[in-house]
Design a protein around this ligand. Structure first.
Ligand code: NAD
Length: 245
């Protein structure tokens, strides 16, 4: 496969390294802030694009890919307010989009476990629920896309919660009925940690995932890229897993 990389930051560089190890080629790289200007010929030559940039540029890069009939895999987070508009455009132009808030296999196991946990306690309103996440200080969006996905899973399944609220770890706040507090914290060099806690007067259950390196994101991104290359439509990790299992 010939890959076109949007973004040559931490993730872009790791994707390049692993892609070459897996026998793929890099047709071009676009990262104006790192002296890689967009090259239309290299883009046209690619089989598929991968985006690890910023929320603003990811939407632009997806639009350009749909218009050029080029499949795109998007790891960038923080653009989901525009998800509906992006989906509509992708469908209209018969494009291919694979996006994930988190490409790590381990985190997707956490998503599935959260689904099961919340279904099992869907009516047990003696539990209060909270989510917390910690990432490195360079992360631009907060809370993380992964924490938001976890909140959405819980809201979908729990009869006694309706919404979530962004808080910084350490914020003092009253427990609000029906609201999941989503705490974020930024600390040096933490790759990414996510925790769901449900607590009542009689017990507590914690689901937690800690990434030790970015290797999980990179491997998952390339597995998704290889899987989606000849497909049309909009896909997430759920589609990937349903095909594997
Ligand atoms: N989905 C996942 O599994 C996953 C995993 C890790 C990171 N992320 C997300 O991916 C994104 C990138 O993460 P990172 O750690 O590589 O960040 P980074 O800051 O190291 O790299 C982002 C790069 O994008 C470049 N860029 C900015 N505007 C651009 C544009 N218009 N065109 C091309 N390149 C542009 C920047 O110069 C920078 O080099 C973030 O949103 C992060 O939250 C997602």
């Amino acid at each position: 496969m010939k890959l076109f990389l949007f973004g040559y930051g931490q993730m872009g560089k790791e994707i390049e390294k692993l892609a070459l190890e897996r026998g793929h080629k890099i047709s071009g790289i676009c990262d104006p802030e790192n002296a890689y200007k967009f090259d239309a010929t290299a883009f046209a030559d690619a089989d598929i694009a991968i985006d690890y940039t910023t929320p603003e540029s990811a939407v632009h890069n997806m639009t350009m890919s749909f218009e050029a009939n080029k499949p795109i895999v998007v790891g960038t987070t923080g653009w989901y307010e525009q998800l509906d508009a992006v989906k509509k455009l992708c469908e209209k132009l018969n494009g291919t989009l694979f996006y994930a808030t988190n490409f790590s296999i381990g985190v997707n196991v956490l998503f599935e476990m959260s689904e099961l946990l919340s279904k099992m306690i869907s009516q047990q309103d003696s539990y209060s629920v909270s989510i917390s996440e910690t990432h490195h200080t360079r992360k631009k969006d907060a809370p993380s896309g992964t924490a938001i996905t976890l909140a959405e899973i819980l809201i979908k399944n729990l009869d006694f919660v309706k919404t979530w609220k962004k808080l910084q770890t350490g914020d003092i706040t009253e427990n609000e009925k029906g609201v999941i507090p989503v705490y974020y914290s930024r600390e040096n060099e933490v790759v990414g940690s996510h925790e769901i806690k449900i607590q009542s007067d009689i017990d507590q259950i914690t689901l937690r995932h800690d990434a030790f390196s970015r290797a999980g994101f990179t491997a998952g991104t390339l597995i998704a890229t290889e899987w989606v290359i000849n497909k049309k439509g909009i896909f997430t990790m759920k589609d990937l897993f349903s095909n594997i299992s």
